[in-house]
Design a protein around this ligand. Structure first.
Ligand SMILES: [Zn+2]
Length: 196
C-alpha cells in the first residue's frame, strides 16, 4: 500500500451467483477522479446482517498479518460489486448494496477485496493489473478456506470468475476476465465449467 490513489474495482449486477458479474481489476484513478468519482458518493456503514461476515474475514486477515488492522468496509453504490481503494493513504473496501442481499456473493467479494489488501496491491500493480487480479482471486480461496471452511472456495471463485468472463463487462476497465478464468482453472487444475 502506498499514498498513490488506486482502486480495485469490481462491477456486478443484481441476481444469483450464476448471473453475478464482476470486473475484478485494478482501476487506477487520478486524485481528481477519486474526488469526483466513487468517493463523491455517500458511503454508509454496513447493515447488521453484513457485520458478522465482515468481522469474520477481518479477524482472519488480522491474524494473517500478525495484527495489522484490516481496512474498514463501507457500503456504497459503486459501479461494481466491490472495490478496494487506497484513499488518502488509507485502504478502504467498498461493497455495493446488492451484494449484501447475496450471502455467497458477499463472502466472495470480501475475500477478493481483502486479498488485494493482504497483497499490498497499490501502484505496484500498474502494468500488471491482470496478474494482481489473479493473485487476489487465488488468495481469496485461501481467505474463504480460512474464514468459512464449510464453503468450497475454489468452486465459488471459479464460478464467479466464469460468470464475469461471460458478462458484458468481461473486458471493461482494462480487464481480461477470460484470461483470469483460464489462469484460475490452471492454478487449481480445474476442467471446463470449474469441474475438478
Ligand atoms: Zn480485484
Amino acid at each position: 500500500m502506498g499514498g498513490v490513489p488506486g482502486a480495485a474495482c469490481a462491477t456486478g449486477g443484481d441476481g444469483d451467483m450464476a448471473r453475478v458479474k464482476k470486473c475484478r481489476g485494478m482501476k487506477w484513478l487520478s486524485v481528481a477522479m477519486v474526488v469526483t468519482g466513487c468517493a463523491a458518493l455517500s458511503s454508509t456503514a454496513p447493515p447488521p446482517e453484513a457485520l458478522q461476515p465482515i468481522a469474520e474475514v477481518r479477524a482472519t486477515m488480522k491474524q494473517a498479518t500478525n495484527g495489522v488492522e484490516p481496512p474498514q468496509v463501507l457500503v456504497q453504490e459503486i459501479p461494481g460489486a466491490g472495490m478496494y481503494e487506497i484513499r488518502n493513504g488509507v485502504p478502504v473496501i467498498y461493497i455495493h448494496p446488492w451484494v449484501l442481499r447475496n450471502p455467497l456473493a458477499l463472502r466472495i467479494v470480501l475475500a477478493h477485496e481483502f486479498s488485494h489488501w493482504g497483497h499490498g496491491h497499490d501502484w505496484r500493480c500498474q502494468g500488471r493489473i491482470h496478474e494482481c487480479e489473479h493473485e487476489a482471486n487465488v488468495s481469496a480461496v485461501w481467505v474463504i478456506q480460512r474464514t468459512w471452511p464449510r464453503l468450497d472456495g475454489i468452486y465459488l471463485l471459479c464460478t464467479w470468475i466464469k460468470g464475469t468472463a461471460q458478462g458484458a463487462q468481461a473486458n471493461s476497465m482494462g480487464h481480461n476476465s477470460q484470461w483470469e478464468y483460464e489462469q484460475f482453472r490452471a492454478q487449481f487444475q480445474l476442467g471446463e465449467n470449474c469441474k475438478r
